[in-house]
Design a protein around this ligand. Structure first.
Ligand SMILES: [Cu+2]
Length: 71
């Protein structure tokens, strides 16, 4: 498993938290997802593959949240 924290600046409330967690949790390769509203971050445990990471980003974007380049 790989642990990673994503910055998602548009996170603002409990609705954001529940919609992102519900979209990401069922994805293949994802072990844990937890949104922190105050920090506007998404903590992830996942299998570490680019495919899973890209699917996570796509799922968050599908919920309407931009995921800026995390570089
Ligand atoms: Cu919200």
């Amino acid at each position: 498993m790989t642990t990673r924290t994503l910055s998602v600046p548009e996170i603002s409330c409990g609705h954001c938290k529940s919609s992102i967690e519900a979209a990401v949790a069922p994805l293949d390769g994802v072990d844990k997802v937890e949104v922190h509203i105050d920090e506007r971050t998404v903590d992830l445990d996942y299998d570490g593959t680019d495919a899973t990471f890209n699917a996570i980003v796509a799922a968050i974007e599908e919920q309407g949240y931009g995921v800026p380049d995390q570089g």
